[in-house]
Unconditional design. Structure first.
Ligand SMILES: [Zn+2]
Length: 463
């Protein structure tokens, strides 16, 4: 006994010195994927000049208040109905350039009187569908949206000036720019480019579209909501960061039952909702296409006191995130145009940086194109947790011809996936303790397009 202890004492320091941590013994650190030349060419076509034209045109409608749709005697060319007509015409123009590749549609409905809607009011969401080129993949869909309605200080003012240049003509410009450049590609999965109304009235337009998507069985794998992505440029603002855009994502899914939420928390899965995996994918794709502009992942559903259209999709059980500039100027949102004590109020075009919006559009378009080109994510991933051991066994299902899989992992405190290993089978056992890391699996095609990562459900002991 004594001899054995002595031996152990002699051996231990040596073993410690040469051994690595188990989570580093397999795979390799994750590097950005190689760019897809066709996607890179499409991103080069995103034009700050065209984005400026979009935002200037939307601002020129004087107001895009959702309530203006019911005003009978607005001067011609003013109000939200005129804006809807222009967005529809613009999408049809892009479609004409690609031989009619876009289906341009309107989702029109009457919202009943509610909190911020005094009378039955017509709302119009405008969108274009680029059908996936692969019949086996075209049911899979990714959607990008911004809200084209605007408001000033008075939510009920249907006629007063409400330029909404940053909030949210900038987001609509991202949807339109994505539609224009991606309609020249032929992604395998379907893309939907959207401008919704009624955001300022309580996410009314996006709620209707999300419910339509659910009832029509849209297989929406991800929704990108762009709201206030103008890169607010206020004289004297020194803390703006034009090299990043914030990406907000929910942790526990909005549709989780209290029981499910408790379980996710107890498993350490509170930061691994599908929406958060979408946010991680945006960061991952961003690193492939730009070293100078990146997604800043914000692990919360939205900013304090504010909401956004991604939440409408989250509430219907869809995966959805929100893009917003680094630092907002609240004097330039929801304000009547005026100068008080030397401070200029109003959401004016002069505070928007079109080149910044173009960067955000490139990140959106790169994400949409990559995820729509990638194979479907693995199905039904499982983490075997039935035995007490220091290994990890993962298994999953799915048919992705020509694709392989990547198992990814990270330390429990790390925000982003750190290491990966390529697997051709649908099962793997690694000598890494499942207690110390979080696991995910994704599909990758021969060109290197990575699918969204899915997190394995633990096989809990049967009760
Ligand atoms: Zn907004």
């Amino acid at each position: 006994m004594l001899r054995r202890s002595l031996l152990l004492a002699l051996c231990l320091p040596v073993v410690t010195a040469v051994s690595a941590r188990d989570l580093d013994v397999a795979g390799a650190p994750i590097r950005p994927a190689k760019p897809d030349p066709a996607i890179a060419r499409a991103l080069d076509q995103v034009s700050a000049t065209e984005i400026e034209h979009t935002i200037r045109t939307l601002v020129a409608f004087h107001t895009r208040s959702t309530l203006s749709s019911m005003e009978k005697d607005l001067p011609s060319g003013q109000g939200i109905n005129a804006a809807a007509d222009w967005i529809e015409a613009e999408l049809k123009r892009y479609s004409a350039e690609c031989g009619g590749c876009l289906e341009v549609k309107r989702d029109v409905f009457t919202a009943p009187p509610q909190n911020r809607i005094p009378q039955p009011t017509t709302l119009t969401n405008v969108y274009a569908v680029l059908r996936g080129s692969d019949p086996a993949q075209s049911k899979r869909m990714y959607l990008v949206t911004g809200h084209y309605d605007s408001r000033n200080s008075d939510n009920f003012d249907a006629r007063g000036e409400a330029p909404g240049a940053n909030d949210d003509a900038s987001g609509v410009a991202v949807s339109l720019a994505s539609a224009h450049v991606l309609s020249k590609l032929k992604p395998a999965a379907t893309l939907v480019f959207v401008a919704v109304a009624g955001e300022e009235q309580g996410l009314v337009g996006s709620r209707h579209l999300a419910q339509l998507a659910k009832s029509a069985g849209w297989q929406l794998e991800g929704v990108l909501n762009n709201d206030i992505v103008g890169g607010n440029t206020t004289p004297g603002e020194r803390l703006q960061d034009k090299s990043v855009v914030r990406v907000f994502s929910e942790g526990i899914p909005a549709t989780a039952t209290p029981e499910q939420a408790k379980q996710l928390d107890s498993l350490g899965y509170a930061s691994d909702s599908p929406s958060r995996e979408l946010a991680r994918a945006i960061d991952d794709v961003g690193a492939t296409y730009s070293a100078r502009f990146r997604a800043q992942l914000e692990f919360r559903r939205d900013r304090f006191l504010r909401g956004g259209d991604h939440t409408s999709f989250n509430q219907e059980g869809f995966t959805a995130v929100r893009f917003t500039e680094w630092r907002e100027d609240f004097n330039h949102q929801h304000q009547n145009l005026r100068t008080d004590n030397g401070v200029e109020y109003g959401d004016l075009i002069k505070f928007v940086d079109f080149r910044y919006v173009a960067q955000v559009a490139r990140l959106n378009a790169a994400t949409l194109a990559t995820l729509a080109a990638a194979p479907p994510p693995p199905a039904n991933p499982q983490l075997v947790t039935t035995d007490l051991d220091n290994n990890t066994t993962l298994l999953w299902e799915g048919e992705a011809p020509g694709a392989h899989y990547e198992v990814v992992w990270r330390e429990l405190t790390a925000p982003q996936w750190q290491r990966s290993i390529t697997v051709t089978d649908r099962k793997v056992t690694l000598p890494i303790s499942k207690d110390n890391v979080l696991w995910g699996v994704r599909s990758v095609d021969a060109a290197g397009h990575r699918s969204l990562t899915v997190v394995p459900a633990p096989q809990l002991p049967k009760r």
